[in-house]
Structure formats: structure tokens, C-alpha cells
Design a protein around this ligand. Structure first.
Ligand SMILES: Cc1ncc(COP(=O)(O)O)c(C=O)c1O
Length: 383
């Protein structure tokens, strides 16, 4: 394996000089360097805050705390890894921005491509299309309901198409909820050096085992994470790209200097304090218990297949209605939304997910209502 980042990142981006502001050098004093409004925010409620100032472009404290948490909770103890530091991180406006950034950094528009593994999160293709980057697909293994990646087939495709620069793996999967086995990911990492393997771990804290600490071992690995799911902070929009220091430096040079707002920074920093990390883990456990309760209740209903599609590694379950009956699943989805005021997601058109309804785990009270309404509406529809 001869991994050469310079061959993977577009030349103008590889050589990009990061935007610098006076405050990179001087943070204190009478600040008349950035054309801010020294009179402060106009709203009376915001006076006395620092919201008239541009935010910190780097969020070093947050990155340090997150790196330390991922090191401490790593499952790869036997690997003897170099620990993550703040320099392995680049932050985005949600991981949606991080997805877009990595595509823009590496794929030449109307020439190079990404590989996605359906059924999967649709934003990889959306961002690729926006950037005029073609999308190649290699299905997950659907026949045995494992929804694992077929690493051998992926390597075949990559060997035959040198224009593919990125492979997007969602682990745990969306909409499948199945975590991808680490051996399969490592097999890819060890056998392909012509691009980057992106592991999107938006839901990782519901099952553990983040690949993030492995970025110091594999230069071709990039892990994406977010505060939107396990941390319950979808509203602040904070995503993370975790990669080698070299790649992180490039991504940080490429991002808009003030992409993370002061409000977001402050809240994110609070979220990674020890007591709040503990709370996040406790909430994930509570949610996982509710997930099993919901699964048992819903799969005991007539016309809901036993078991589930994929896995139980995220904060949702993917149920199959009546052996893959898309008509019934869609009707049930619509009835639940319109008549019961309970909104779930129809996923029956995704590869290997016929009859699929994806249900996010709610609070206990919300789940009770869902269970009742799901049964009632199903009975009304099929008698
Ligand atoms: C797999 C996956 N990745 C990324 C995201 C986007 O997360 P964010 O809120 O950080 O943009 C989602 C959101 O649903 C997701 O399911």
C-alpha cells in the first residue's frame, strides 16, 4: 500500500493557504480589526453577550475533549494506536457540510466519482450531484438481512474504475440500523490506496465501537460524526470530520473561517464535559431499552413481519410490513401521519427494504401512543 494524499486531494485545495485573520495573532485589546459592530447586538436581550464578535474559527477545546473521549472509549485497545488530538478534527455545519466538504476536496467535477452502498443515506448522492460528481453504486448484502458491505465486490469495482475517489460507508446504516463489521472496513482500508474510505458514524453512540481512533493507523480512513443524534443537538448543527492531521489541516484550510457560530461552539463545549458525556451514554441506554420494547410490541401485531430489517445499532428500527407490502406500508404511514398525528418514515422503495417503515425511538409516552395508533390503523386498513 502506497497511500499518497497529494494524489487524492485536488491540487488547488492541497496547496491552499488557510485564511488568516488578525485575531489568529491577537485576541485581546480594543478589537478594531474585523469590521464588527462595537455597539453590540441591537436586540436588548442580547446586549452584554459577545455575539457582535466573529466566532472562534477553531474550537480547539471542544476538539480536545472529543478526541479524549474517543480515545478513552476506544474498542481498539489491542491496536497500540497513536491517540487522537484536536488536530485530527475539522468541524462542519452538521455532518452534511462535512460530507460536502470531503467531496469538494477530492473529486474533480464532471470527471471523478464517489461510490455509495445502497440502501444508504441519500445526502452523499445529493452532494455529489450538486458538485457535478458521478455516483457509482455497490449494494449492501441484502439477501441474508445482514446489510453488511461486500468488500470483495467493492474492491472489484474500485480496481476497474480509477476515477472513484471516495467510498461512503454508513455505520450504523441508515435506514438499516446495521453496524458494519470492522473486519470488512479494515479489509478495504488495507487493500485500496487510491482514495478515501469515509465511515459515517452519525449513530455510533447507540452501539459503540467508533472507527475514529483508527485514523491514526490508516491514512485512507475518514470518520464522520455529529452531535445531532446521541447528543440530542440537531438544532445547533455541529458535525465532525476525523482524519489524519494532514488531511484535517487541508479540510480546515478549505472551510469557511467562521462556519461554526458562537452559540453552537458554546453548546458543543458543554456537551463534551464529563458529566454531560455520562448523560449522553445514559440516554443512549434508556433509548436502547425503549427500542426493544417498541420492537416487541410492534412485531407482535398481525401484518408486521417478525424481527426487523438490518440491525438494532441506531436510534430507530426498520420494520417490514406484510412480507414487503409497499402499498399497505405506505397507507399505514399516511394514515398515521394524517389521522393519528404520528410521523414515521416510509422506506419501502430502498434496496432490500420492501414494505419498510422506519420508526425513530421516541420518549416512553410518544412510543406508547405510536404502539396504540400503529395497531389501530393497521387493523382499520386490513381488518
Ligand atoms: C447517516 C447520516 N449521516 C449524516 C446525517 C446528517 O447529520 P447532521 O445533522 O450532522 O447533518 C444523518 C442525518 O439523518 C444521517 O442519517
Amino acid at each position: 500500500m502506497v497511500f499518497n494524499l497529494e494524489k487524492i486531494i485536488r491540487p488547488k485545495i492541497y496547496n491552499l493557504e488557510a485564511y488568516r485573520c488578525a485575531r489568529d495573532d491577537f485576541k485581546e485589546g480594543i478589537l478594531l480589526d474585523a469590521n464588527e459592530n462595537a455597539y453590540g447586538p441591537t436586540q436588548i436581550e442580547l446586549q452584554g453577550t459577545n455575539l457582535h464578535r466573529y466566532p472562534d474559527p477553531h474550537q480547539i477545546e471542544f476538539k480536545k475533549a472529543m478526541a479524549s473521549y474517543r480515545n478513552k472509549t476506544s474498542v481498539f485497545r489491542s491496536y497500540d494506536l497513536v491517540p487522537l488530538t484536536d488536530e485530527n478534527f475539522c468541524l462542519g455545519v452538521g455532518s452534511d457540510e462535512s460530507i460536502d466538504a470531503i467531496i469538494r476536496a477530492s473529486c474533480v467535477p464532471s470527471k471523478e466519482k464517489i461510490l455509495v452502498l445502497p440502501p444508504t443515506y441519500s445526502m452523499y448522492s445529493v452532494c455529489a450531484n450538486i458538485n457535478d460528481v458521478d455516483v457509482v453504486t455497490c449494494p449492501l448484502i441484502t439477501e441474508d438481512n445482514s446489510f453488511q458491505i461486500d468488500a470483495t465486490e467493492i474492491l472489484n469495482i474500485l480496481a476497474n474504475d480509477p476515477l472513484i475517489k471516495l467510498v461512503f460507508i454508513t455505520s450504523p446504516g441508515n435506514p438499516t440500523g446495521a453496524k458494519i463489521e470492522i473486519d470488512r472496513i479494515e479489509y478495504l482500508l488495507k487493500n485500496w490506496d487510491q482514495g478515501l474510505v469515509i465511515v459515517d458514524e452519525a449513530y455510533i453512540d447507540f452501539s459503540g465501537g467508533s472507527t475514529a481512533p483508527l485514523v491514526t493507523k490508516y491514512p485512507n480512513l475518514v470518520t464522520l460524526q455529529t452531535l445531532s443524534k446521541s447528543f440530542g443537538l440537531a438544532g445547533i448543527r455541529l458535525g465532525m470530520t476525523i482524519a489524519t492531521k494532514k488531511l484535517s489541516k487541508i479540510l480546515n484550510a478549505m472551510k469557511a473561517p467562521y462556519n461554526i457560530s458562537t452559540v453552537t461552539s458554546d453548546m458543543a463545549l458543554k456537551a463534551v464535559q464529563n458529566h454531560n458525556l455520562e448523560k449522553m451514554e445514559q440516554n443512549a441506554q434508556i433509548l436502547n431499552k425503549e427500542k426493544l420494547r417498541l420492537l416487541n410490541a410492534l412485531t407482535s401485531l398481525k401484518y408486521v413481519d417478525n424481527g426487523y430489517i438490518g440491525g438494532l445499532d441506531a436510534n430507530f428500527i426498520l420494520l417490514r410490513i406484510n412480507n414487503g407490502d409497499n402499498d399497505l406500508a405506505k397507507k399505514l404511514y399516511t394514515e398515521l401521519a394524517i389521522k393519528s398525528g404520528v410521523v414515521i418514515r416510509f422506506r419501502g422503495n430502498e434496496l432490500g427494504c420492501a414494505g419498510g417503515l422506519r420508526v425513530t425511538i421516541g420518549t416512553k409516552e410518544e412510543n406508547d401512543i405510536l404502539i396504540k395508533e400503529f395497531g389501530r390503523k393497521l387493523e382499520e386498513l386490513v381488518g
